[in-house]
Design a protein around this ligand. Structure first.
Ligand SMILES: Cc1cc2nc3c(=O)[nH]c(=O)nc-3n(C[C@H](O)[C@H](O)[C@H](O)COP(=O)(O)OP(=O)(O)OC[C@H]3O[C@@H](n4cnc5c(N)ncnc54)[C@H](O)[C@@H]3O)c2cc1C
Length: 337
């Protein structure tokens, strides 16, 4: 049986959730789909991570986010977003992936549904257990983020089981030789955490130094550890091969083999634009930005909108929770106008 809603939202990250709340506050019926749990990306952050944003800057739905410390932790944020979703009773269909969507013309009142507007899109979703559902919606907000599409190194050995794109916590690397690929915040946090847990850490980075965006309160410590040799760093270097016991690094002084029984590729993510491309939203080949009006977040395809980091293309640092949380308000203003 087909369900009818005014707005279907693909992705229950913080920006998708904020968009759902904006729609609910605007009197619209919504359904939010996530292939994982609520705020799945944050659930996958390193376990003991602290946000760089203060709590009020990642609050949504007008609900105050208070913490007793300077910055919220991953755990604080998970509890907060659960609370906000419960407060607004947001209908989140967790572990249900939207596989495809196609244009339709449905009048919900013909099916006895008087609460929804005419439907323009039919979404096909599939649960973890394999059940297939159809949902008809007047508008679709794509808030699929980027955590599901890691920026791969494209080198041999990258799919070996000791290679991970993402980092959980240092304990599992005690006394292990570890290679971390990257020089941004995620790489630096992982390097320090694993070093403190007793791992033998080597960083490999294509840049001539750590990235400029490394958090200023973290930079002194990582630079001191690299300077005193407790963390090794290969700059202007690339991983060219990963074997079960080492990593082959090509750098200024030629090729070196660095022992590693754990490899973490902290090389960022690419936006998940599959659904947008399938319905004909043009993606700029250079920036990776899906075509949209930044004032309304509407794409050129009628009834299809963007919310969150998906709108920032290949440069994922342009939009984050702080400035993606307002996209839903712009969309709902446009929908109701
Ligand atoms: C370690 C770390 C620390 C960070 N710290 C901060 C910070 O301090 N401040 C800040 O503002 N930002 C921070 N960020 C960035 C922030 O996490 C992202 O900008 C934010 O999660 C983007 O939210 P979103 O809702 O756009 O997308 P996401 O959070 O990526 O959510 C997208 C959701 O869509 C779901 N999805 C994708 N495809 C489908 C599909 N086909 N069907 C169903 N569901 C689907 C995914 O499962 C996911 O839950 C940090 C990121 C990391 C990695």
């Amino acid at each position: 049986m087909t369900a009818f809603v005014d707005v279907a939202i693909v992705g229950a990250g913080p920006c998708g959730l904020a968009a759902a709340i904006a729609a609910i506050r605007g009197g619209l019926s919504v359904s939010v789909f996530d292939r994982g749990c609520l705020v799945n990306g944050i659930a996958g952050y390193p376990t003991y991570m602290t946000f760089f944003s203060t709590a009020e800057r990642i609050a949504i739905g007008g609900v105050p986010f208070l913490v007793a410390t300077e910055k919220p932790t991953r755990r604080d944020a998970l509890a907060y977003y659960r609370g906000v979703a419960s407060l607004y009773d947001v209908p989140v269909r967790q572990y249900e992936t939207v596989e495809s969507m196609r244009p339709v013309r449905y009048d919900p009142s013909a099916a006895g549904v008087t609460s929804a507007r005419s439907a323009r899109w039919l979404l096909r979703s599939i649960t973890r257990g394999g059940a297939v559902h159809e949902t008809a919606a007047h508008a679709v907000i794509i808030a699929t983020g980027y955590f599901g599409r890691p920026n791969l190194l494209q080198v041999p050995g990258e799919t070996l089981p000791h290679v991970r794109h993402g980092y959980v916590e240092g304990h599992t690397a005690w006394r292990a030789p570890v290679v971390i690929v990257g020089g941004g915040n995620s790489a630096v946090d992982a390097a320090l955490d694993m070093y403190r847990a007793g791992a033998y850490v080597t960083m490999v980075h294509v840049g001539a130094s750590l990235d400029n965006g490394v958090k200023p309160w973290v930079r002194p410590e990582i630079e001191a550890r690299i300077h005193d040799g407790s963390i090794q760093a290969h700059y202007e270097s690339r991983v060219v091969d990963i074997t079960p016991e080492d990593v082959v690094v090509q750098g200024p002084s030629g090729e070196v083999r660095v022992p590693a029984t754990q490899v973490y590729t902290m090389t960022g993510y690419l936006p998940e634009t599959g659904l947008l491309e399938a319905v004909g939203v043009p993606i700029d080949p250079l920036s990776g930005i899906p075509s949209h009006n930044p004032l309304t977040m509407a794409t050129p395809v009628p009834g299809v909108y963007l919310a969150g980091v998906i709108a920032s293309g290949l440069s994922a640092n342009r939009i984050f929770i702080e400035n993606g949380r307002d996209h839903g308000d712009a969309i709902v203003r446009h929908l109701l106008s």
